[in-house]
Structure formats: structure tokens, C-alpha cells
Design a protein around this ligand. Structure first.
Ligand SMILES: Nc1ncnc2c1ncn2[C@@H]1O[C@H](COP(=O)(O)OP(=O)(O)OP(=O)(O)O)[C@@H](O)[C@H]1O
Length: 472
């Protein structure tokens, strides 16, 4: 075992030098890591096997562990697992041989913070160390969550929701790609934001992208950017989503909607961590964490050839499955009351609440559109009712105006209304119906109606249909 501390300044934010444990059996690599870290102001302790590493970990606190994958008495993954079990909150990164992506993925799945590939790039090493040391302290209990300030959180005290929040807490302490599955409106984007906001990347951008809403011919320029003059109309340089998210998190929503040709290009950028803007001769290095989501079953899309297996493998290092609202009915009153409070606050009206009948109706309802549908129901209820106590009837869940098809509008509706109002009403009904049929997935609803997402957004704005989630 070696202990090295070259005099130097302590990194910002740490009163005493952070302690780093290096586990590697190659003296050259140990020396390189020790020198680099000591110059960054770290107190470094090195050992060559997992047994000594465990003894050291038991004997004193560390702020970071860097381990090689192949060790004389075990693997780096063994150590990652040991640390996950016994040293909660300690970030551990593994160093893997070039071309062994499977090892890196296995380490991330086991709970590693990140990985480095040999030959170790000092730039990447320094960036990794800085990120690892800037992680917020870990919370080990599933504390009841409240929406505080601008940081929104997934509400609910049911078992699935508490577990989910704990998993999010763990995932935010890793750089692994996360794939979030779950029905529309179940909180996939909110979960992605929570991971970002609790991570070492929290001060850098979170860039959400709705992959289904980008026209195919604009995909490359939107994702990778372009140089001025790259094509007609490119009158200035433009950073695509990857460069905009550099240092932060790129959230690929509705990822199953990416055309196959684009999937190949995306995979290349993710693997090489480099992006070249259209019309540019230079590649730019990027450091972006990818979180993806879709309401479709991505595994099935792979099986039927609509989604590339290699990209799926890259995106789905860790899967997070969002429970549907009907699987956590006990949380409906809490979530509904939080939504009501927010609407009342936003619209400057006195606080109102649901009576027992209304609560029973909501907890018995299946919510195909999940929390987004609950938000919409409550927003509509408050728009139509000024009472402070809301009853079952005010919810108008059954029969619902929204369930009317254009055919079910009485034939007399036309003559009774001015023509424009009548047409608006038909249009509104069609949009709401399409949204309901697609479980509030706006991209799919636009497809069903045969219009673009842009046109759908315009129409919804014009008709005053506020369905909460902004389009991107
Ligand atoms: N458990 C929860 N607690 C509080 N709010 C929630 C919860 N789940 C979802 N929401 C809210 O519901 C709305 C829909 O959530 P979100 O946009 O994250 O869903 P989504 O799964 O990404 O939907 P889509 O599949 O259509 O993209 C948002 O306003 C979100 O804040």
C-alpha cells in the first residue's frame, strides 16, 4: 500500500484534501493516477488487490475509489458491489481495457459512478474526479417528498413510489445511460429531470428532446448542429442538441420514434463521444449523459426490427420503470391535493379541496393518461367550479364531455352556434379524443389526426386547450 500527497492546493469546496483509493496492479498506472490526483490536491492511497482495498475501506472514509477491472484476487465489479453494499454514497469508477464495452456496462449496472478506458486520458480522469467529488451527499432513506421551490419531485408514499425515488437517488450518483419506460403521463420526464437535478451535472443544461416531433429531414441538423453556410438557410452557426447539452444531460423522449438511419448516427456519436456539425471539418468532444424514454415497449421494437439492438444496448444500461397511476391508487389523494394547491396558487384563488365522494371517484378511476390526465381533470374542474369543496359531480368524470365523438354532437349544434364556434368545437372534440385514444401522447395524437405536431400545438393554443405539458 502506498500513500502519496504532493503539496498542492485542496480542491474548492473541501476543507481537507479528499481521500482517493486507487486499486490497480500495474505500477505504471498507479504512478500516473497518483501523480495526477496529488496535483489536484487529493490525498491518494493505493493498493494492488481487492482484499487490501476492502480492509482500507473499512478502516477510514474515502471520497472516491478508482479501480482496475482485472485484479489478482477478483474484479473491479466485485469491488463496486462491495462498495454499493457497505459504503453507501462513495463514488467508484472502474478502469477498463479498450474495446471492452461489456465490462463498462456491467460495472455501471453494478452501481459504478463511471468508467475510464485505457489508455487513461488525463483530461477525462480530471473531469471524472471533479464530477465525482461534486456529488451532493447521499440520502439513504426514502424521505417523504414535497415539491420545493423550482425543484419538482415525484409525489407519492406508496411502496412503488418510495422505491422509485430511492432508485432515482442512486442513479443520480452515476453517469450511466438510463432508459425510462412507462405509460404516457406517468412522470418519465419528471424522473429524468430529478436524476439530472440531483447529479453532479446539475449546474449544466438538461436538454429535453421529443424525438417524435422532429421532421426527419431536420434531424441531423437539430441533433448535431451546423456551420454557417452548410446549406441554404444556414445563416449562422448552430449548436445541435448534443452540444447544447454538453456537460449536462440529454433527455431523448419518445426515442422509439427515431428513424433507423438516425439511430445509426446517434449510436456513433454516443460511442465516440464526438460530434461533427454539418459543414464542419472538425469533430468536437462531448460529455453528455443520455436519458431516454418512450411509452412504447422498446424491447418489442427491437424484436420487430424498428429499433437497433446495438443502440438499445447503449441506451438501456439501467432501466427505470414508471408505475401507472392505477398501480398506486393510494397516492391519488395526495397527488390530487398537491395539484389542486398548485392550480389555486397559480390562479390566485382560495384553496379548495375534494370531498370524500370526489376522492372515491378519483381513486376508483383507471387514468389511462396517468398523472397528466389527473392534472387535466382537476384543471378543467376548477375552471368550471368556483366552490371551495369539490364534489364527485364537479369532476364530470362520467359521462365526460371529453368522451363525446364529433358524431355524438347533436345535429342541432350547428345551427345553434355561429359557424366558427361550431367548427372550433368539432376541432376541439377531435383533438381531445385523439389525445385520449393515445393516452395523452401528443406526438401519437397528431399522427392519428394526420397533422404535424407543430400544427397540433398551434391548434391547441388557438382553441385554448391547455394540456399541461409544453411541446418541444
Ligand atoms: N408522481 C408524480 N407526482 C407529481 N407529479 C407527477 C407525478 N407523475 C407525473 N407527474 C406530473 O404529470 C405530468 C406528466 O408527467 P411527465 O411529462 O413527466 O410524463 P411522461 O411520462 O414523460 O409523459 P409522455 O409519455 O407523454 O412524454 C407532469 O406535469 C408531471 O410533473
Amino acid at each position: 500500500m502506498f500513500n502519496k500527497n504532493i503539496p498542492g492546493s485542496s480542491p474548492a469546496g473541501h476543507q481537507s484534501a479528499p481521500h482517493v483509493l486507487i486499486v490497480d496492479d500495474e505500477p505504471d498506472i498507479i504512478e500516473l493516477l497518483e501523480l495526477t490526483l496529488a496535483r489536484m490536491g487529493m490525498q491518494v492511497i493505493s493498493t494492488m488487490n481487492t482484499q487490501d482495498a476492502r480492509t482500507l475501506l473499512q478502516s477510514r472514509p474515502f471520497q472516491l475509489c478508482l479501480t482496475d477491472m482485472q485484479l489478482p484476487d477478483g474484479t473491479g465489479i466485485d469491488l463496486v458491489q462491495y462498495i454499493s453494499r457497505h459504503c453507501a454514497g462513495l463514488p467508484v469508477a472502474v478502469i477498463t481495457a479498450y474495446g471492452t464495452a461489456e465490462n463498462a456496462v456491467a460495472a455501471l449496472k453494478a452501481g459504478a459512478f463511471d468508467y475510464l478506458t485505457k489508455p487513461v486520458s488525463l483530461k477525462q480522469l480530471r473531469a471524472l474526479v471533479k464530477s465525482a467529488l461534486s456529488l451532493p451527499p447521499i440520502r439513504t432513506e426514502a424521505l417523504p417528498e414535497k415539491n420545493t421551490g423550482n425543484q419538482r419531485t415525484l409525489l407519492g408514499e406508496s411502496e412503488p413510489m418510495r422505491e422509485l425515488r430511492l432508485t432515482i437517488e442512486k442513479l443520480s450518483r452515476s453517469q450511466a445511460a438510463v432508459y425510462i419506460s412507462g405509460e404516457s403521463g406517468s412522470g418519465k420526464e419528471l424522473a429524468a429531470r430529478m436524476i439530472h437535478e440531483r447529479s453532479a451535472r446539475r449546474d449544466l443544461p438538461f436538454v429535453p428532446v421529443n424525438c417524435g416531433a422532429i421532421p426527419e429531414n431536420l434531424m441531423e441538423s437539430e441533433f448535431f448542429g451546423y456551420k454557417k453556410g452548410a446549406f441554404t438557410g444556414a445563416d449562422k452557426d448552430h449548436d445541435g442538441f448534443f452540444l447544447a447539452a454538453n456537460g449536462g444531460t440529454l433527455f431523448l423522449d419518445e426515442v422509439a420514434d427515431l428513424p433507423l438511419a438516425m439511430q445509426v448516427k446517434l449510436l456513433r456519436v454516443i460511442q465516440e463521444k464526438q460530434v461533427r456539425r454539418l459543414g464542419d471539418t472538425q469533430e468536437k468532444n462531448i460529455d453528455v449523459r443520455i436519458i431516454s424514454a418512450t411509452h412504447k415497449k422498446l424491447g418489442e421494437c427491437v424484436e420487430n426490427g424498428q429499433f437497433r439492438q446495438d443502440l438499445y444496448y447503449r441506451l438501456n444500461v439501467i432501466e427505470l420503470d414508471m408505475p401507472a397511476l392505477r398501480q398506486m391508487r393510494e397516492d391519488i389523494p395526495l397527488i390530487a391535493s398537491s395539484i389542486l394547491t398548485k392550480i389555486c396558487r397559480d390562479t390566485n384563488r382560495p384553496l379548495c379541496r375534494l370531498d370524500q365522494g370526489a376522492l372515491d371517484t378519483l381513486t376508483g378511476y383507471d387514468f389511462p393518461g396517468n398523472v397528466r390526465e389527473l392534472e387535466n381533470i382537476l384543471e378543467r374542474t376548477l375552471a368550471l367550479c368556483s366552490a371551495e369543496k369539490i364534489g364527485k359531480n364537479e369532476l364530470q368524470l362520467k359521462p365526460r364531455e371529453m368522451h363525446q365523438t364529433p358524431d355524438s354532437i347533436p345535429a342541432t349544434a350547428g345551427p345553434e352556434l355561429p359557424l366558427q364556434d361550431y367548427l372550433d368545437r368539432l376541432e376541439k372534440e377531435s383533438i381531445v379524443k385523439a389525445l385520449e385514444q393515445t393516452r395523452y401522447n401528443r406526438t401519437a395524437a397528431a399522427k392519428l389526426l394526420g397533422i404535424t405536431v407543430r400544427s397540433m400545438r398551434y391548434r391547441m393554443d388557438r382553441l385554448g386547450l391547455d394540456l399541461k405539458k409544453p411541446f418541444r
